[in-house]
Design a protein around this ligand. Structure first.
Ligand SMILES: *[C@@H]1O[C@H](CO)[C@@H](O)[C@H](O)[C@H]1NC(C)=O
Ligand SMILES: *[C@@H]1O[C@H](CO)[C@@H](O)[C@H](O)[C@H]1NC(C)=O
Ligand SMILES: *[C@@H]1O[C@H](CO)[C@@H](O)[C@H](O)[C@H]1NC(C)=O
Length: 255
C-alpha cells in the first residue's frame, strides 16, 4: 500500500476589511498537490478559494476546469473558464508546480534512507529446563518499512517469534525489536535477518550466545561464602577460647 502524499500551500490573498473590533473577512487561496505513486503519475492539483471558511471556487486538475459553489463563485468560475490563457496556465500547474516540487521533495526527503544499527542480545540465557530468549533490535532507521526475521542453521523460523511494530523515535527515525525463543543446541547457528530500503540485500547477523558461566558463578559465590563463614566461625571460636583462658587465668591467679 502506498502512502498518500500531500503538498499543501496557502496563499493569503487579502486579510480582512475590518468593520469594528471583532469583525473581519478572511480570504485565502490554497494549492494542494495530492499523489501516492513514486513516479508521480497520479498527481492531482487542487486549487481552492475560500471566503472566511467557505470554499467558493475550486479547480481540480482531473476535472480540468473551475467549479463555483456560491453565486459569486459560479460567476468567477465562468469568467476564469472563459479565459483560455488563465485556464491553460492553471491546468499546467499539475506539472510545473506539483510534479516539479514533488520531485524535489522526493529526492530531498522521501527517497532518503538511513541504515539501521542492528544489535543482538540475550534476554534469557536458558538452561536445561527453560528455553533461551534472544532479541534482535534495529535502531535509528528511515524510512519506516522494515522486515526482521530469524534463521536457524539457514532455515527460516516462523514459530516462537514475537515482534514489536516499527516504533517512531519522534525524530524521523524508527526502531523495532524481535524476540526468538529457542532451545539451545550445541553447534546450532541462529541468525537475525534485516531487510530494509537502505540495504541492497538482506543483511544477516549471527548470534553468538554468551558462554554459559552463569551457574558456575553461583557455585563459586556459594563456595566463597562457605569458606568465609567457616573462617568466621574459626576466628570467633579462637577468640572465645582465648577469652575463656584469659578470664580463667584472672580468677585462678589473682594479684
Ligand atoms: C478531483 O476530481 C476527481 C474526478 O472527479 C475526483 O475523483 C477527486 O476526488 C477530486 N479530488 C479532490 C481532492 O476533490
Ligand atoms: C465567455 O466567452 C463567450 C465567448 O467569448 C462570451 O460570449 C461570454 O459572455 C463569456 N462569458 C463570461 C462569463 O465572461
Ligand atoms: C524515488 O524512489 C523511487 C523508488 O525507489 C523511484 O521510483 C523514484 O524514481 C525516485 N524518485 C526520484 C525523484 O529520484
Amino acid at each position: 500500500m502506498s502512502l498518500l502524499k500531500l503538498l499543501n500551500f496557502h496563499h493569503i490573498l487579502m486579510l480582512s476589511v475590518f468593520t469594528g473590533a471583532a469583525n473581519g473577512y478572511y480570504c485565502y487561496q490554497s494549492s494542494q498537490c495530492i499523489y501516492s505513486s513514486p513516479d508521480l503519475s497520479d498527481m492531482v492539483y487542487i486549487e481552492g478559494f475560500y471566503f472566511n471558511k467557505y470554499l467558493f471556487v475550486k479547480f481540480n486538475s482531473t476535472v480540468g476546469k473551475f467549479v463555483g459553489f456560491t453565486e459569486f463563485g459560479v460567476r468567477n468560475a465562468e469568467i476564469w473558464n472563459n479565459d483560455t490563457n488563465y485556464l491553460q496556465m492553471t491546468r499546467a500547474q499539475v506539472d510545473i508546480f506539483c510534479r516539479h516540487n514533488a520531485e524535489l521533495m522526493e529526492v530531498a526527503i522521501y527517497n532518503k534512507t538511513v541504515q539501521p544499527k542492528v544489535k543482538l542480545s540475550s534476554v534469557m540465557p536458558g538452561d536445561s529446563k527453560h528455553p533461551a530468549l534472544v532479541m534482535c533490535s534495529a535502531y535509528d532507521f528511515y524510512p519506516q518499512p522494515i522486515k526482521v526475521s530469524w534463521l536457524k542453521d539457514g532455515a527460516v523460523v516462523t514459530s516462537d517469534v514475537t515482534s514489536t511494530e516499527e516504533l517512531p523515535n519522534g525524530d524521523w527515525y524508527y526502531q523495532i525489536h524481535s524476540e526468538l525463543e529457542y532451545t539451545p543446541k550445541s553447534g546450532e547457528k541462529i541468525s537475525c535477518v534485516v531487510e530494509h530500503a537502505s540495504f541492497t540485500k538482506p543483511m544477516i547477523y549471527d548470534w553468538n550466545p554468551p558462554a554459559p558461566e552463569f551457574e558456575w558463578n553461583i557455585q563459586l559465590l556459594f563456595t566463597i561464602e562457605s569458606v568465609a563463614l567457616l573462617l568466621g566461625i574459626i576466628i570467633a571460636a579462637a577468640g572465645f577460647i582465648y577469652y575463656k583462658i584469659k578470664s580463667t587465668e584472672k580468677i585462678l591467679v589473682p594479684h
